[in-house]
Design a protein around this ligand. Structure first.
Ligand code: F6P
Length: 315
C-alpha cells in the first residue's frame, strides 16, 4: 500500500516488494488508494508482470489518498476486517509520518504485522538518512533553480523560490546548497528574517542576482509573504517570486531513489520473514536498518546544522 503524499520511487518500492515477496513464495496483494482502499476492500492480486515497466515511473500505480475515516477506530476495524477477508497476514505501508501513525495504531489494536517503508519527498522521518523520493525532488528543484538563475542574472533580480516542506527544511537545504542559493530559509530555524534583511543591506547591492530558497513551512509564512516584506523595505531591488509546488512530487525517480526503494522493498520482505512486526525500514550510513515504527514517528529528525553553516559560508 502507498499512502499520503506520493513520492518518486514509490513504484520502484512496490515492484521490489512484489518481486521479493514472490521470490520468497509469498502471495502479494496491492491495496489501492491507501487506507481508503483498505477500508473499501479495493485490493488486487499482484504478479511479477503487474509491476513490469514501472521502475522509471513517478507517482504510484496503487494510487494514494489521505483518509479521515482511518483516524477513527471504526474505520481501522473495517480496514482490518477487509485484510482478514482477503487472507492478508502482514502489511507493507509506503508513506510518511501520517501513514506510519495510522499503521502504528493499527498494529497495536489488531494482530497485524506492519512494516513501513519511508516514502516522502520531505525526508523528515527519524531513523533514516534518506526517504524514497527525496533525492529526485531535490534534483527537480535544482534543475528549476538553475533555470531561474539564468533569468535572474540576466535581469539582475532577486528571486524568492518556495519549495515544499510544510514542517521540514531538508529539500530547501540540500537544493539550496546544490544550486548555490544566497540564502536558505527553513522551518527548523527561527529569526531568519532579520538575517535576510542584513544580507540584503550588506550584499545585494553588490550582486547581479540572488536566489533565496524558502521552505513552505518557514515561520514568516512562505516565499510570497517574505518577498512582499523585503520589497517594501528595499524598493530599489527588482524582486520576483516562484512557487515550485507539486512539480517537486512528480517525475521519473533518480537512480539513487530507484536503488534505495528497491533495497528497502526487498528488506521489508526480509523483515517479515524474520518475524518483525512493527518497524520502519531505514537507510543509515548506506546500510539497511530497522527502526521501531513509533520511534520513527515520535522522534524528531533535525536538519543537518553543519550543512546550514556550510550554506552560509559558501554563499
Ligand atoms: O509530500 C509531502 C508534502 O509535499 C509537503 O511538503 C507538502 O506540504 C504537502 O506534501 C502537500 O501535499 P498535498 O498537496 O498532497 O496536501
Amino acid at each position: 500500500m502507498t499512502s499520503g503524499g506520493d513520492a518518486p520511487g514509490m513504484n520502484a518500492a512496490i515492484r521490489a516488494v512484489v518481486r521479493a515477496g514472490i521470490y520468497n513464495n509469498m502471495e502479494v496483494f496491492g491495496i489501492k488508494r491507501g487506507y481508503m482502499g483498505m477500508i473499501e476492500g479495493d485490493i488486487i492480486p499482484m504478479t511479477s508482470q503487474s509491476v513490469s515497466g514501472i521502475i522509471q515511473r513517478g507517482g504510484t500505480i496503487l494510487q494514494t489518498a489521505r483518509c479521515k475515516e482511518f483516524h477513527e477506530y471504526e474505520g481501522r476495524k473495517t480496514a482490518y476486517e477487509q485484510l482478514v477477508k482477503f487472507g492478508i497476514q502482514a502489511l507493507i505501508a509506503i508513506g510518511g509520518d501520517g501513514t506510519f501513525t495510522g499503521a502504528s495504531i493499527m498494529s497495536k489494536e489488531f494482530d497485524m504485522p506492519i512494516i513501513g517503508l519511508p516514502g516522502t519527498i520531505d525526508n523528515d522521518l527519524f531513523g533514516t538518512d534518506y526517504t524514497i523520493g527525496y533525492d529526485t525532488a531535490v534534483n527537480t528543484v535544482v534543475e528549476a533553480v538553475d533555470k531561474i538563475r539564468d533569468t535572474a542574472s540576466s535581469h539582475g533580480r532577486i528571486f524568492f523560490v518556495e519549495v515544499m516542506g510544510r514542517e521540514a527544511g531538508f529539500v530547501a537545504l540540500r537544493s539550496g546548497i546544490a544550486s548555490g542559493a544566497e540564502a536558505i530559509l527553513v522551518p527548523e530555524v527561527k529569526g531568519q528574517y532579520e538575517k535576510l534583511r542584513q544580507y540584503m543591506i550588506n550584499r545585494a547591492e553588490k550582486r547581479k542576482s540572488s536566489i533565496i530558497i524558502v521552505a513552505e513551512g518557514e515561520e514568516e509564512g512562505g516565499a510570497a509573504v517574505i518577498a512582499e516584506r523585503i520589497k517594501s523595505e528595499f524598493p530599489q531591488f527588482s524582486i520576483r517570486t516562484t512557487i515550485l509546488g507539486h512539480i517537486q512530487r512528480g517525475g521519473s525517480p533518480s537512480a539513487f531513489d530507484r536503488v534505495t526503494a528497491s533495497r528497502m522493498g526487498a528488506a521489508a520482505i526480509d523483515a517479515l520473514l524474520d518475524d518483525q512486526k512493527s518497524i520502519m525500514i531505514g537507510l543509515a550510513n548506506n546500510e539497511i536498518v530497522h527502526v521501531p515504527l513509533n520511534k520513527s514517528i515520535k522522534l524528531h529528525k533535525d536538519v543537518n546544522r553543519d550543512l546550514l553553516k556550510l550554506a552560509e559560508i559558501i554563499r
